[in-house]
Ligand binder design. Structure first.
Ligand code: GNR
Ligand code: NI
Length: 167
């Protein structure tokens, strides 16, 4: 297993649109294991392949307290979204920044698991937020891009300062 480097915003590779996975094979399952290890080590509750510079439609996620409920989404499709809710989000590609984002309150997602088996999942709360956050990454969107331009400018300045101080 391996910890993979996570792209840091602003990096133009975070804006690439992920391609559909044609075949769920051992190379995909190996990437799933490495992404899970990277997510747990960070620590984070989700990780999109885009963030580790792999531009394919793959997400790993675990919102459980005991870190024993890994969920894998391959080629995820949003089947339904209902209501609106605002909640605070963070991102491993934008460390130290937490901002409120408005998203659908309840969603239904269809995807393949790591064995290529199709499933659907209804989600609310943190799970719903996290799935939407990760599906945004696959489309090349980072959560800060849903904020006002003023906030985005401030965030970029703060990140630059943070990075100067940790050099
Ligand atoms: O670890 C993460 N926490 C989080 C908290 C609130 C909303 C979304 C997230 S996802 C984030 C990990 C990450 O960057 N995934 O892309
Ligand atoms: Ni993220």
């Amino acid at each position: 297993m391996a910890i993979l480097p996570i792209l840091q915003y602003p990096d133009e590779r975070l804006h690439k649109v992920a391609k559909k996975i044609e075949r769920v094979d051992d190379s995909i399952r190996k990437l799933v294991r490495n992404m899970a290890e990277t997510m747990y080590a960070a620590p984070g509750i989700g990780l999109a392949a885009t963030q580790v510079d792999k531009h394919i439609q793959l997400i790993v996620l675990d919102v459980s307290e005991k870190h024993d409920d890994l969920k894998v989404f391959i080629n995820p499709v949003l089947l339904e979204s209902l209501g609106e809710e605002e909640s605070e989000e963070g991102c491993l590609s934008v460390p130290g920044i937490y901002e409120k984002v408005r998203r659908a309150e309840r969603i239904s997602v269809g995807a393949l698991d790591e064995n290529g088996k199709q499933f659907t999942l209804d989600a609310v709360g943190l799970l719903a937020v996290c799935i939407q956050h990760e599906m945004d990454h696959l489309q090349g969107h980072v959560f800060v891009e849903r904020l006002s331009h003023l906030k985005q400018t401030r965030i970029r300045a703060k990140l630059k300062k943070q990075r100067r101080e940790t050099l």
